[in-house]
Design a protein around this ligand. Structure first.
Ligand SMILES: C[S@@+](CC[C@H](N)C(=O)[O-])C[C@H]1O[C@@H](n2cnc3c(N)ncnc32)[C@H](O)[C@@H]1O
Length: 290
């Protein structure tokens, strides 16, 4: 294969990994239902993965080394969520545009920014998949996306390059992860564990950007969270999460409830833990060697 063909090869590999990863390919939500999903998640997001800032600090360190920051720097955070990166960027840049398709996520971010008297974060309610360049406020010095399922194919990734005049940063899961109860929930609901083919692994984005002749830097950060919930809240959350794939019948609900009740800690809470690694990729869209 010639080097010029490699980006297309990587595009196909990413599509195959997405369709082979059942937690993506079995998701039957419409775009509108996906937005509702994130709206509902917004109030508890910071109790889970949103609570671990090592990934944010690692990304800020990489961008600092890249010379990306300054009082006039304009940043775009795509899929900004509750603002883990937008809030950190706001201290290092003149203006941060926080783009997200979920009004619920934007509300949480606005409340956090107001509580910290941060005034340079501008919300942009939009879907990255469909938003056009002309609908965004010009070009950006930094274009960043973290754990955003709205960027999980070639076109939505390469779109980042077209809007950045200095640096892009893409953050995604790297390698395997451990979750204390997800496999058990899958066995109850589907009778087996869902097949994971690394659909959202950082390797796919890396291969495409590299194949397009750019020279992405890659670093890694650990990510851990632990969420203790009442049995009622835990049952609601697991039924809500898995309703994206299949209808949760009353029998399944009863089985899930029995599982949760038999796994409570001494305080009567159900604790979920996850440990994973994220890959942090930083590149200059100008460094294309082709
Ligand atoms: C897992 S959260 C990540 C939040 C934050 N970037 C972080 O790393 O903590 C994913 C976010 O991406 C947003 N999102 C998903 N698909 C999107 C799309 N197509 N356009 C814009 N935002 C999207 C969701 O609403 C959600 O806020």
């Amino acid at each position: 294969m010639k080097f010029e063909q490699y980006a297309d090869f990587a595009r196909t590999q990413w599509n195959l990994a997405m369709s082979g990863s059942e937690h993506f390919s079995l998701d039957k939500c419409t775009d509108r239902e996906k937005v509702s999903f994130w709206d509902e998640k917004s109030s508890s997001y910071d109790l889970g993965i949103g609570a671990d800032f090592r990934r944010v600090n690692a990304a800020m360190e990489r961008l600092e080394k890249f010379g990306a920051f300054g009082p006039n720097a304009i940043a775009l955070d795509i899929g900004s969520g509750t603002g883990a990166y937008a809030l950190a960027l706001s201290a290092k840049c003149g203006t941060v545009y926080a783009l997200d398709s979920s009004p619920g996520m934007q509300k949480v971010l606005a409340e956090k920014a107001a509580a910290r008297r941060i005034k340079n974060i501008i919300p942009v309610l939009a879907d990255w998949q469909t938003v056009r360049k002309g609908e965004l406020p010009g070009a950006f010095d930094i274009v960043l996306s973290s754990l955003n399922t709205g960027i999980s194919d070639y076109d939505s990734l390469v779109k980042m390059n077209t809007l950045s005049r200095n640096v892009c940063c893409y953050i995604a899961p790297s390698g395997t992860s451990f979750h204390s109860s997800r496999a058990d929930f899958q066995k109850i609901i589907f009778g087996r564990e869902l097949h994971i083919a690394g659909g959202n692994d950082i390797i796919h984005a890396f291969n495409i950007i590299y194949g397009l002749g750019m020279r992405p830097e890659l670093t890694y950060a650990p990510c851990e969270w632990s969420l203790a919930q009442s049995p009622e809240d835990a049952l609601y959350a697991v039924c809500r999460d898995f309703s994206r794939y299949t209808e949760i019948s009353s029998d399944l609900r009863a089985e899930l409830k029995a599982y949760i009740l038999s796994h409570l800690n001494e305080e009567g809470l159900f604790v979920q833990r996850q440990t994973s690694t994220v890959g942090i990729m930083v590149w200059s869209p100008k460094s294309c060697a082709l």
